[in-house]
Write a protein that binds this ligand. Structure first.
Ligand SMILES: NC(=O)c1ccc[n+]([C@@H]2O[C@H](COP(=O)([O-])OP(=O)(O)OC[C@H]3O[C@@H](n4cnc5c(N)ncnc54)[C@H](O)[C@@H]3O)[C@@H](O)[C@H]2O)c1
Length: 315
């Protein structure tokens, strides 16, 4: 099959696809604006993307298109409904990068509690401030609230158990779990938790859900971690809560996130007081990228061998 890969993809798995007889067009420089033209030229049957957005124009660019593979978990970067109307399947690679994101979430929790980034910046600047940095609360016995107990939320819960955290969780589709005590109301969770981490999909229904009302419900001085999607959080409300209520936040994702190859990102949320940020690196470990690529190749083979779609999200 002819496959256009419009993002970075591990070399080993590109070779595997070629060995299986597929024609590969690898163009990691493509973006939302240039993908439609490239697809018009290439007439690929399959498009594989990581962060490159696939809009209606890319889907309409060639009648040959059968499948778009999102090499990752979230698929809010792909116009899945338009794809459905055009008979194009969209498949994702669920669960493959959950451990990587959970590891980052744990790192961010520890960073917030011990203010590790500030510690390091001060030390590098030649400052010794043991008195200030000895003020950490500690994690053991505190309450972690996990919102969204899916693939990533569950991996976070397993790791948090090892730290002796008490785990509560809210997920409208999970009534019971051996990993956490479920609560039935998200604001109830916000009131009880010392640390909140969100692992939910970004949909029309969840956009800006984490707003003034939510931060108002949180305990003063509690921690808030978002490694899911920027659009879930009303960033000005978070900035205010961090400045006025002593909430401390760590974000891996942002509402106005720059493109993967951008060199600059200046935004009020990245420089705000009490907010740490990373560069949307949740899934970016070699282990995770390898696991994602393996599943992407399985999806290709399932279509090539059986004509069926594995992990289709727009049935
Ligand atoms: N930072 C990164 O690099 C990175 C990498 C991978 C995934 N993600 C993001 O992480 C998020 C979670 O991914 P996942 O693989 O765990 O997804 P998942 O589908 O396995 O789990 C999501 C869970 O959220 C629950 N949910 C749905 N709506 C909810 C709501 N309104 N409130 C609470 N829970 C709700 C679902 O029932 C499900 O259990 C997604 O937004 C994904 O895009 C980020």
């Amino acid at each position: 099959m002819k496959i256009l890969i419009a993002d970075k993809f591990p070399k080993h798995w590109v070779e595997v696809l070629k060995e299986k007889g597929h024609e590969i067009i690898l163009n990691p420089a493509l973006d939302e604006n240039t993908l439609p033209e490239a697809q018009k030229t290439e007439q690929a049957e399959i498009i594989i993307v990581r962060s490159t957005k696939v809009n209606a124009s890319a889907i309409d660019a060639a009648p040959s298109l059968k499948l778009v593979i999102r090499a990752g978990a979230g698929y809010d970067t792909i116009d899945i409904n338009h794809a459905k109307t055009k008979g194009v399947a969209v498949c994702n690679c669920p669960g493959t990068n959950s451990i990587a994101v959970a590891e980052l979430a744990m790192g961010l929790i520890l960073s917030l509690d011990r203010r590790i980034p500030d510690n390091i910046i001060d030390l590098k600047a030649g400052k010794w401030n043991k008195t200030e940095y000895s003020k950490a609360k500690g994690l053991y016995g505190r309450t972690l609230g996990i919102i969204g107990l899916g693939h990533i939320g569950r991996e976070v819960a397993k790791r948090a158990q090892a730290f002796g955290l008490k785990i509560i969780a809210f997920d409208p589709f999970v009534k019971e779990s051996p990993l956490a005590q479920m609560v039935s109301d998200v604001y109830d969770l916000a009131k009880k938790a010392d640390i909140i981490t969100i692992h939910v999909p970004n949909t029309a229904g969840t956009k800006h859900f984490y707003d003034e009302k939510f931060f108002e419900a949180m305990k003063p001085g509690a921690y808030f971690i978002n490694t899911s999607r920027g659009g879930l959080v009303k960033e000005d409300a978070l900035i205010k809560a961090c400045a006025e209520k002593g909430i401390r936040a760590a974000l891996d994702v942002y509402e106005k996130e720059p493109k993967a190859d951008a060199k600059e990102f200046v935004d009020p949320v990245t420089s705000a007081v009490n907010i740490y940020g990373t560069h949307h690196i949740g899934a970016s470990t070699e282990q995770a990228q390898d696991a994602v690529a393996e599943v992407a190749v399985q999806i290709v083979q399932e279509l090539a061998d059986k004509g069926t779609f594995l992990h289709q999200v727009n049935k």
